[in-house]
Design a binder for this molecule. Structure first.
Ligand SMILES: Cc1ncc(COP(=O)(O)O)c(C=O)c1O
Length: 397
């Protein structure tokens, strides 16, 4: 370990809360799908800040947009108009289907976007069915964030238990189980909230028929559908948004985004359509930094470039190749996911040991738990880089 790393580690250990298990690496710079540590060692990044840099690290157009905006104006608060905020909202609406009439609220993170979605749902329920209509149905194994309310929506005991009692108004049902969903519907339910592919709990896709069923049940009972596309959204799953992978079968009323939306600059977005888009009145929702000019400049450049390189097609093509190659690794039992959101269940090894051994050999991958490896590379990853990573995985058999 070089001295620069040792100094940073000692300082973090002393002054930063130990809420993460950190790997012993200090990255110094990046370019595209590559990262470099302070000793000059090169890594290929199959995590991209946890799906945060779809264009790769330090994309020149995003860097230029940040620099130009930083030299002009960082933020003026949401009391005033901002040209680039309007343009980002317009671009998101176009990508999600302009005819649906999407409107966006901007925050800084996925959890904040989900908070906004749940506030809209509660107001919708109260206005449509009265004060008792406040229940949000979520799915077991979900992950929606770390604030108290998003944690209550996150139906995983090990994450909730240390902080109980949880905020009320949530029930959870098993994923891909239409009968269990039907049984949970009553007059108190205002929304069904889900990730179209559960990310943190192990890359578990929802079946197409299940998504179609959700839309039908919601329509029949005047309930909103919320898609948390914080991880699946922004071209990663082979379409601009994952809901589009099932065509028109399940267009959500509310969709939340963050992670890849500004290629690494903090930004979250809650998009809503129809009546849901107008539920929150002045004073009901806000965020000091949300939609600030600096983040919007980065987002505008990110979305423009993702569109111009046809990032959805790249993700679909390279994701299919990555999944095909992963299936040839002897200890991989099952490969799941869409586009470049990929999970592999393994046997005979602890996934954390594989992640550590891969890091040692210059590949950044992730483990959701002891049995699932997760891959969320930049969408510009090259087939040769996938080949090198697969060869390394095979060498660990
Ligand atoms: C599906 C999903 N929703 C919400 C979040 C929370 O996002 P943030 O960490 O930006 O609050 C995450 C983060 O991993 C996520 O994967």
């Amino acid at each position: 370990m070089d001295n620069e790393f040792k100094t940073a580690q000692a300082l973090e250990d002393q002054y930063v809360m130990h809420t993460y298990g950190r790997s012993p690496v200090l990255f110094e710079h990046g370019e595209g799908a590559k990262l470099y540590d302070t000793s000059g060692k090169e890594y290929i990044d199959f995590l991209a800040g946890i799906a945060v840099c779809p264009l790769g690290h330090v994309h020149p157009a995003v860097t230029a947009a940040i620099q130009e905006q930083a030299a002009k104006l960082l933020t003026t608060s949401n009391y005033f108009y901002a040209q680039n905020r309007a343009e980002v909202a317009q671009k998101l609406a176009c990508l999600a289907g302009e005819s649906y009439g999407w409107k966006t609220f901007f925050g800084n993170s996925g959890a904040e976007a989900n908070e906004c979605a749940m506030k809209i749902a509660r107001r919708y329920g109260i206005e449509h069915k009265g004060p008792d209509c406040q229940t949000i149905i979520t799915l077991k194994g979900s992950f929606h964030g770390r604030t108290m309310e998003t944690l209550a929506a996150t139906a995983q005991d090990w994450l909730q238990d240390p902080f109980k009692p949880m905020p009320q108004g949530f029930v959870s049902v098993p994923r891909n189980d239409c009968a269990a969903l039907d049984a949970a519907i009553d007059e108190t339910v205002c929304a069904i909230m889900l990730e179209p592919i559960q990310g943190e709990s192990g890359v578990w896709p929802m079946e197409d028929e299940y998504l179609a069923h959700i839309r039908q049940v919601a329509d029949a009972n005047d309930i909103l559908v919320i898609f948390d596309e914080v991880q699946t959204g922004l071209f990663r799953c082979g379409k601009p948004f994952c809901f589009q992978t099932v065509g028109e079968a399940c267009v959500p009323d509310i969709m939340t985004l963050a992670k890849g939306i500004a290629n690494g600059v903090p930004c979250g977005a809650c998009m809503a359509r129809g009546e849901a888009a107008n539920m929150l009145k002045p004073g009901m929702q806000g965020s000091t930094f949300g939609g600030m000019q600096l983040a919007m400049a980065a987002s505008r450049a990110t979305l423009t470039n993702l569109e111009s390189i046809k990032a959805d097609e790249l993700a679909a093509e390279k994701g299919a190749y990555l999944r095909e190659q992963l299936a040839t690794v002897s200890y991989v039992k099952e490969v799941r996911g869409k586009g470049l959101m990929v999970g592999a269940t393994i046997e005979g090894h602890d996934a954390h040991d594989i992640v550590n051994a891969m890091l040692d050999k210059g590949f950044v991958i992730n483990a959701c738990n002891a049995t699932v490896l997760r891959f969320l590379p930049p969408l510009i990853i090259e087939p040769a880089q996938i080949d090198a990573m697969i060869a390394c995985l095979k060498s660990l058999a």
